[in-house]
Design a protein around this ligand. Structure first.
Ligand code: G6P
Length: 362
């Protein structure tokens, strides 16, 4: 039974561990043996016809949308915006001539997103919902649906739905980009990359004890913490921070690495945990400089770094993966750090206080 905890103490760890399987399933179901996307032609045509993509979501799904923006812009060339559904519903963005809306929602029931979709339908804007729940409200009310196929996600803190949303957006971006004759999309060896992602996640979760140690050593006694990263790592920094704070109650902020020095660095004290993410070839060295800035103010830095950028003293080295898909790997240590921080503090990992799995009020 997919929804049973089995030998796991908490669903969250089970769901983290399931991510390699989710990557393989998405590859199998949405890519043919030659790696060509198997996406409903009507969906591909609708997105390819758009002059702008607007992604709306909440919480962790919003953070997956930030990665989606980079994927869509890289592989389709279509300008893409990402917005909080809760904001867009009452402050509708100025529309391009041929907009296409994508709703990302694990549950497919988030009220904030439904408000935007209702308005889109009123205005005749074409919409696609990516959701984990077949027949959910957002999927029924949108023109098109794609399923995340992550299996039931029970823990309130979302993990496997996030990585599934990234992989599925990559598949759609490749399909649409190929239709638009985008060379990067044609060259995007997604089947191979998703296989590498599955292997890489497996490698990380196989070494999960490391994250229990790091959480114990650096996080659980701390009142606050920071995630920093640039480029696509900034998006993961926001998600890593949300995950840690929601399950461990350690107040955590995610920052564009260089922005800390413009104010927030005043919060760095002796022992403040700063978790730095490095996968962006363009800014890797600059982020190292930002690490120096916080280290010299006493921060305890944990580095999570792609193999090609790794230096001797890095804490966590990630296997190689395409930059645009690197969040599939980078996020996993952040999920594990959050999980172990919560568990070591003796909290109810799966049901943090004040939170609900799906929020059906605005
Ligand atoms: C709730 C959950 C979050 C989730 C957000 C969006 O706040 O606690 O984990 O990311 O809703 O949910 P959705 O189902 O739309 O992805």
């Amino acid at each position: 039974n997919a929804a049973s905890k089995g030998t796991y103490e908490f669903y969250m760890l089970k769901e983290i561990d399931e991510q390699p399987g989710v990557m393989r399933r998405l590859s199998q179901d949405y890519l043919d043996e030659n790696g060509e996307p198997l996406v409903d032609q009507k969906i591909v045509d609708a997105v390819a016809n758009a002059d702008r993509i607007y992604i709306f979501a909440a919480g962790t799904s919003y953070h997956a949308g930030l990665v989606g923006k980079d994927l869509f812009e890289k592989y389709t060339g279509i300008p893409t915006e990402v917005g909080y559904a809760s904001e867009a519903g009452y402050h509708f963005p100025i529309m391009s001539k041929r907009p296409l809306f994508i709703f990302l929602s694990q549950s497919g029931e988030t009220a904030d997103s439904r408000v935007v979709l209702k308005e889109a339908n009123k205005r005749g804007i074409t919409s696609l919902t990516m959701t984990n729940v077949e027949g959910s409200t957002l999927s029924r009310e949108a023109d098109f649906t794609m399923l995340l196929k992550a299996g039931p996600e029970i823990a309130v803190a979302s993990t496997k739905a996030y990585t599934a949303q990234i992989a599925l957006q990559a598949i759609l971006a490749k399909a649409v980009g190929e239709k638009l004759a985008n060379q990067d999309a044609k060259d995007f060896d997604l089947k191979h990359q998703l296989a590498l992602a599955a292997e890489g996640i497996q490698e990380i979760v196989d070494g999960k004890e490391r994250f229990a140690e790091l959480a114990k050593k650096y996080l659980i006694a701390s009142r606050n913490a920071f995630y920093i990263g640039r480029g696509i790592d900034h998006a993961v920094a926001l998600e890593g921070a949300l995950k840690l704070k929601e399950v461990s109650y350690i107040q955590t902020e995610g920052f564009a690495a260089a922005e800390l020095k413009h104010g927030t660095i005043s919060l760095i004290e002796d022992g403040t945990p700063v978790i730095a993410l490095i996968n962006d070839p363009v800014t890797a060295d600059l982020t190292r400089g930002n690490i120096q800035e916080v280290t010299s103010r006493g921060a305890s830095v944990i580095t999570i770094v792609g193999k090609q950028f790794a230096k001797e003293n890095d804490d966590v080295v990630l296997p190689d993966l395409n930059y645009y898909l690197s969040p599939l790997l980078t996020v996993v240590p952040t999920q594990l750090l959050a999980y172990y921080a919560s568990k070591e503090k003796g909290l109810d990992v799966d049901k943090p206080r004040n939170l609900a799995k799906s929020v059906t009020v605005e």
